[in-house]
Ligand binder design. Structure first.
Ligand SMILES: Cc1cc2nc3c(=O)[nH]c(=O)nc-3n(C[C@H](O)[C@H](O)[C@H](O)COP(=O)(O)OP(=O)(O)OC[C@H]3O[C@@H](n4cnc5c(N)ncnc54)[C@H](O)[C@@H]3O)c2cc1C
Length: 386
């Protein structure tokens, strides 16, 4: 098996690494402390083609493969996990489904400017009363003569306060499932531009980590959209959502890799400088073993992530592999950041050093785009099916 990167992938990796070190890393602590939206970084990500990486050039994208996207996501997230998830949502949760399920018109008029990074996208699946069990959403869309009227609320919408478009999911049909049974819900995906009457956003949420990646609750109150807003077929919304998350989980696994890489890098440097009992702490075997475990787990997560990315590139079904990558990488990132704090001792607990930020940022990767419990359900279902 060949694990080497192509020339193009190596170039993307180097570009992302240099760019992130130069333009993002110096601002990461300030972004975390202020919770400021990184409005000066997003156009630079766009210039590099990082906001629509795996979308063909004819639709505004960079025309790269999914593995290149994973490489860039890891580097950007190593510098700043908030910038990583802003990029991930635009690529995986907006551009990818628009490319896969959108009409030619949607691709030309909506996907292209979002993939170029001139506009920003977000993804609205979760609701106040339904997260993991997304099928039970209550947001509805009722048919009119020329379109649909959407009513409901979606919460935790990353990029929501700033996005120009939302891909939103709503119940469009309730099918009688027989006596004593709840009706079977059919869902449809719609793309809605900001500014559409009846579509509004709350101020951004306050969170444990990824402070600069703003999320919010959005509302649809008698929001009328035309038939041309439907993405995929009417009634196919859940299929669109699940296929999107299969790809999105590769992005979040890569974000987790970046966070862990940052924590490990800081730990190695610190261990070579900090002294105790007359030697640098890197000479204590207890510290060496921690570093070794962190490195092995990070590398294992990277291989799982790259495997899922390369399967997506080959057009092979990758639901189970994406879930495995996301589950392992996210829990790995929390463990690695936890050990990093231990290596830093008291300084690890201080906001003066980046590892406490890594720890807070890592935690979300175990929750969004399907919690660890949901990933285990997906993996077990795959196992039991085979
Ligand atoms: C910062 C942030 C950003 C987000 N961004 C977005 C976004 O852009 N778009 C979007 O649509 N959503 C977004 N989300 C929502 C996110 O995907 C959900 O929070 C997540 O899917 C979990 O849903 P929930 O919070 O409702 O938890 P619940 O579904 O209520 O789960 C609560 C707990 O029960 C467990 N659980 C639930 N069902 C089972 C089961 N069958 N078996 C075992 N355990 C179970 C869960 O794993 C969890 O531990 C975001 C969330 C956060 C916090």
């Amino acid at each position: 098996m060949d694990f080497s990167l192509t020339e193009e992938q190596t170039l993307i990796l180097q570009t992302a690494r240099e760019f992130s070190a130069r333009e993002i890393a110096p601002k990461a602590a300030e972004l975390d402390k202020s919770g400021r939206w990184p409005s000066e970084i997003i156009p630079k990500l766009a210039e590099l083609g990082f906001l629509g990486m795996a979308i063909p050039e004819q639709y505004g994208g960079a025309g790269l493969d999914v593995l290149s996207y994973a490489l860039a996501m890891e580097e950007v997230s190593a510098a700043c996990a908030s910038c990583g998830v802003i990029m991930s949502v635009n690529n995986s949760l907006f551009c990818d489904p628009l490319y896969k399920f959108g009409t030619e018109e949607q691709k030309r008029t909506i996907l292209a400017p979002v993939a170029r990074g001139e506009k920003l996208g977000c993804f609205g699946l979760t609701e106040p009363m339904s997260g993991s069990d997304a099928q039970t959403m209550v947001t509805s869309a009722e048919k009119t003569k020329d379109g649909w009227v959407i009513n409901g609320a979606k919460n935790w919408i990353t990029n929501g306060p700033h996005a120009d478009f939302i891909l939103v999911f709503a119940v469009t049909e309730k099918v009688d499932a027989g006596p004593g049974r709840p009706p079977k819900l059919k869902h449809t995906a719609f793309v809605v531009p900001k500014g559409t009457q009846g579509y509004s956003q709350n101020p951004h949420d306050h969170k444990l980590g990824i402070h600069a990646a703003h999320s919010c609750t959005v509302f649809f109150e008698n929001c009328h959209v035309l038939d041309s807003a439907v993405v995929g077929g009417v009634g196919d919304g859940f299929k669109v959502a699940m296929a999107t998350l299969d790809g999105g989980r590769i992005g979040i696994a890569s974000q987790a890799l970046g966070i862990a890489k940052s924590a490990l890098g800081s730990s190695v440097s610190y261990a070579k400088e900090r002294k105790s009992f007359g030697v640098v702490i890197a000479e204590h075997q207890a510290i060496q073993f921690k570093l070794a475990d962190m490195a092995v787990e990070l590398e294992a997560a990277r291989l799982l992530t790259w495997r899922a990315a390369s399967m997506k590139d080959r057009g092979v079904r990758h639901s189970m592999e994406s879930a495995e990558a996301k589950l392992y990488a996210s829990e790995m990132a929390t463990r690695v950041a936890h050990r990093a704090i231990q290596i830093f001792g008291g300084y690890g607990y201080s906001t003066e050093f980046p590892v406490e930020r890594n720890y807070r940022d890592a935690r979300i990767t175990e929750i969004y785009e399907g919690t660890s419990e949901i990933q285990r359900i997906v993996i077990a279902a795959g196992l039991l099916r085979s």
